[in-house]
Design a protein around this ligand. Structure first.
Ligand SMILES: [Zn+2]
Length: 460
């Protein structure tokens, strides 16, 4: 099977030009002006932008939570991602405290294998670092292609590791050629504030926000950067939300340390005023919470300053009925919000179309950097000869409205209901196959492939 995409305006992290792309099988085999080639299928992309497939390195699909699961499965979540121009996602396998990494991986494989529609990979979340876990790190890197290890500095008793485990893990991961990623918030301070608010009878979603002030994130981000610097391990801070945390990373650059930073689309476009309504605010209960307008400005600036390399989602949807578990207690509201389908279009409309970032920067933070940082480049994340033919054909002028009535995520509300966006994903190819065309998904569950990732250098 061969495909010829004609006359599109090709955007990569570095380039911007009009040309044809010729695809043979799963990969791009030629790029050029007026290619004199006949293909099995020809797509006219005149007047359209042509991006590499988006990569969302932070999603939680079918994640076990309080006896239930986040509501998008690997099938529905990756299908929704494709509709929004994201062709590869990285999901998190969570080790259970007292159990092995292998058991956790088998558990995740039982849900993901053979069911995903788009391509996917896994991070391994380390919640219990001991001699047995240590021995498994090498196996994950060498045999499973899992080269990034997530840690939590919060959620004591469930996910959190202490600093002694953190240092031990960092040393081992560095030795094996991997990366340590972190949920950087001070768990002890947050637990104290949650208990204090509850004891005062303050149970509304607003108190979720007030229990996680900026300082809890800034302090932990700085502590993580210091420990990463001491051990020399490549480090990556997930879902950064605020100016204070960004300043901690800015400080680290003064000793020539590179700590990678990811923010998520919601922190760039939504703010904490959403918590001021009653229980409705539960739609945006996530950790860390949405912040202030001044933080949004810092984050956009951080992207343009090269301090923030990635815009992800932390997609972790729950149905409204699941959110109601916390009706009388904000600490029981399942944390998370749906965005896997909206990231690329929101970032284009709010970022590129409103003049906050360039087209090249857009591709860099949504496609190329996630591939480079996590060991998938140049197979994924760019448009080049030899790369996987993961391609998005995008109409920069079409306007449309986001709504739970029309989205493809398995969740009964949208965090962006009624938002009018400029720019729409029209056609998506995944490894040379037409995956999305005109709002229809043309590939089946099971098409998605697990992407084994390479060791990482901590440099891009
Ligand atoms: Zn997450």
């Amino acid at each position: 099977m061969s495909v010829l995409i004609k006359n599109g305006r090709i955007i990569t992290a570095a380039d911007d030009y009009i040309a044809d792309i010729f695809i043979e099988g799963e990969t791009i085999s030629a790029i050029g002006k007026d290619l004199p080639i006949k293909a099995d299928m020809t797509i006219d992309a005149s007047g359209k932008l042509v991006f590499p497939g988006g990569i969302d390195p932070h999603v939680h699909l079918a994640m076990p939570f309080m006896g239930t699961f986040s509501s998008d499965t690997h099938e529905t979540g990756t299908r929704a991602a494709l509709h929004g121009g994201t062709t590869t996602v990285i999901d998190f396998v969570l080790q259970k405290q007292g159990h092995s990494l292998k058991e956790a991986l088998a558990d995740w494989n039982s849900r993901a294998k053979g069911t995903t529609v788009g391509d996917y990979s896994f991070h391994m979340a380390i919640t219990d670092f001991n001699e047995n876990t240590k021995a498994e790190i090498r196996e994950m890197v060498e045999n499973e292609g899992i080269t990034s290890f997530k840690t939590f500095m919060a959620y004591k008793g469930a996910l959190m590791i202490d600093d002694s485990q953190m240092i031990g893990l960092m040393q081992e991961v560095k030795k094996q050629g991997g990366m340590v990623t972190v949920h950087a918030t001070n768990g002890d301070v947050i637990d104290y504030l949650v208990a204090k608010h509850k004891s005062e009878g303050k149970t509304a979603p607003l108190y979720h926000y007030l229990s996680q002030p900026e300082v809890t994130e800034a302090e932990a981000s700085g502590r993580f950067a210091d420990m990463a610097d001491y051990t020399g391990v490549p480090g990556y801070i997930v879902h950064m939300t605020c100016e204070g945390a960004l300043n901690a990373v800015r400080n680290a650059t003064r000793r020539n340390q590179k700590v990678f930073v990811e923010t998520c689309i919601q922190y760039l476009v939504l703010d904490a005023s959403l918590y001021e309504q009653n229980f409705e605010g539960a739609k945006w209960v996530m950790s860390p919470p949405l912040r202030e307008k001044k933080d949004q400005e810092s984050l956009w600036a951080g992207i343009n300053q090269g301090l923030i390399q990635v815009v992800a989602t932390d997609h972790c949807p729950f149905m409204w009925e699941q959110k109601l578990m916390g009706k009388d207690d904000f600490s029981k509201i399942p944390n998370g919000h749906p965005a896997i389908e909206n990231r690329m279009e929101l970032l284009y409309s709010e970022g590129v179309d409103k003049g906050k970032i360039t087209l090249n920067k857009y591709v860099e933070v949504a496609c190329t950097n996630p591939a480079k940082i996590f060991g998938m480049f140049p197979r994924k994340g760019t448009i080049a000869i030899g790369s996987d033919a993961d391609i998005v054909i995008f109409d920069p002028n079409e306007t449309h409205t986001l709504s739970a009535k029309t989205h493809h995520m398995n969740v009964d509300y949208s965090g962006y209901e009624g938002w009018e966006l400029t720019g729409k994903v029209k056609t998506v190819l995944l490894r040379g196959q037409m995956a999305i065309d005109d709002n229809k998904c043309l590939i089946d569950r099971g098409y998605g492939q697990f992407i084994k990732r390479s060791k990482v250098s901590g440099k891009i």
